[in-house]
Design a protein around this ligand. Structure first.
Ligand SMILES: [Zn+2]
Length: 469
């Protein structure tokens, strides 16, 4: 399997530290607000990686954290007069609901910063003991970046200027590049934890390094884990700082491979709260079905910037409709057959750095191929079985195509409309029985004008709601 390592800046063969085990850490959300489509894309990208590795017979151990200590959370708590716990549990639940609507596999572990303070203390103490961190007179603790000759090599920032993320936050810093491991209690802040270094709270970068070491890392290998994953916006300073403090505390590199997914943009600009163009997942889910949204966010290669487009989502829906239409055609069969050729081609495409464009074109060809075979011979049981087996395979890898096809085509129709449609179908049947074809046709046409398409099948009339562009 080839993956693009964003540190080496090239596609490399994935060779796991231990055979058939893949340990992945993904930086999760800071839970001070609802998650937006950028978060959805990151989750979906690495969910795909998770599934593809599983299909390649890896046991995947996948950890995704919740950052539940942060300035933004404290700010939100003050603004809303709600406790920190109330804020973080609200947005953790909201995130988990989003993930389930997008059919993201549950991680092996979802550690929270607040529950891993001991692991953080341990890492800070090691860095202090080795003189790679220092305390300022106000009791902040900083990473001493000049002790790490490799600082900047992860995100390829060789000169000092490019290694500065924030300027002048503490004038007692020895080096402008030094970053906070521990922020001492400040009376302006409402939140602080007891620690061996006094009351305060951890710096953001620390938690990922500490939690990886605590929950995921190999103890005696050259690298702590196989893959560190996250959005491209986290490359610097977050991942650079994670890599640096882990390297200095553990005398080895944090991850063998680093993978970053591209941005989601709106009108060409990066989606962000400060630009006011963020699009929450939960709002998108009010307009689009989670599966359609998933297909759409999957359908562009993960490293390419994705410019959010309503029209492209509807096109994704049409492609997904084709899958479900074949599923409907083959429903009721049991499948024990395997289309080895299709499976190999499909997996090979994804094994090339998750080449989704090729994989989806192989999927489209497969749909055409089996539709043609069934057009020629609607009773071709072998084709039906192979087609169904392929759809199940697709579902396992892409996380789409799981629904009952009849239900899929009813999404977006409320119960009242469903009852109306059923009544109309009955009325049309009665008209047909009386050979009143003018009436039966007019009923069909009336429903069609509302995007409800009727189909007469051997098991009775079924209907589909087709979204128009
Ligand atoms: Zn992180």
């Amino acid at each position: 399997m080839l993956i693009y390592d964003s540190v080496k800046k090239e596609k490399v063969e994935f060779i796991s530290i231990k055979q058939n085990i893949a340990k992945i850490y993904l930086c999760g959300p800071t839970v001070y607000d609802n998650a937006h489509l950028g978060h959805a894309r990151s989750a979906i990208t690495f969910d795909l990686l998770h599934r593809v590795l599983t299909k390649n017979n890896y046991e995947v151990i996948f950890v995704r954290n919740f950052t539940d200590i942060d300035d933004k959370i404290i700010k939100k708590s003050k603004e809303t007069n709600k406790s920190i716990d109330e804020i973080t549990s609200t947005y953790i639940n909201s995130y988990l609901n989003d993930m389930s609507a997008l059919n993201i596999l549950k991680p092996s572990l979802e550690p929270r910063a607040t529950q891993n303070l001991e692991a953080m203390f341990k890492m800070v103490q090691t860095l202090l003991n080795e003189n790679k961190a220092y305390k300022t007179s106000n009791n902040d603790i900083y990473m001493r970046v000049k002790k790490d000759p490799k600082y900047g090599t992860l995100s390829n920032r060789q000169n000092l200027e490019s290694q500065i993320s924030r300027i002048g936050e503490n004038e007692q810093k020895e080096d402008i590049r030094d970053f906070a491991l521990w922020k001492a209690f400040d009376s302006k802040d409402d939140i602080a934890y007891n620690s061996p270094f006094g009351r305060g709270r951890p710096g953001w970068h620390l938690e990922c390094s500490a939690m990886i070491e605590e929950h995921l890392a190999y103890k005696d290998e050259e690298f702590s884990i196989d893959i560190h994953a996250g959005g491209a916006d986290l490359f610097f300073p977050h991942h650079e700082n994670e890599a640096s403090q882990s390297r200095c505390a553990n005398n080895r590199e944090l991850a063998k491979y680093w993978i970053h997914n591209g941005f989601v943009t709106i009108d060409g600009e990066k989606m962000s709260k400060s630009l006011g163009n963020s699009f929450f997942i939960k709002d998108a889910l009010k307009i689009y079905d989670g599966e359609v949204l998933r297909y759409y966010l999957l359908s562009l290669h993960y490293r390419t910037p994705l410019n959010f487009s309503h029209e492209d989502i509807l096109n994704s829906k049409k492609r997904l409709d084709r899958l479900y239409r074949l599923k409907k055609r083959v429903s009721g069969v049991e499948s024990h057959l395997i289309d080895t050729n299709f499976r190999d081609n499909f997996l090979n495409a994804l094994n090339d750095d998750l080449n989704i464009s090729i994989a989806l074109s192989i999927l489209d060809s497969m749909l055409s191929q089996y539709n043609e075979l069934l057009d020629k011979n609607p009773k071709d049981m072998q084709s039906k079985q192979l087609a169904l087996s392929n759809i199940i395979f697709i579902n396992e890898i892409l996380g789409i195509g799981e629904k009952d096809p009849i239900e899929y085509f009813h999404i977006g129709v409320d119960d009242e409309t469903k009852a109306y449609i059923e009544a109309k179908i009955k009325e049309r049947q009665e008209a047909k029985n009386k050979k009143d074809y003018a009436l039966s046709d007019s009923i069909r046409d009336e429903l069609k004008s509302k995007n409800i398409h009727l189909m007469d099948t051997k098991d009775g009339v079924i209907w589909e709601y087709i979204t128009e562009i």
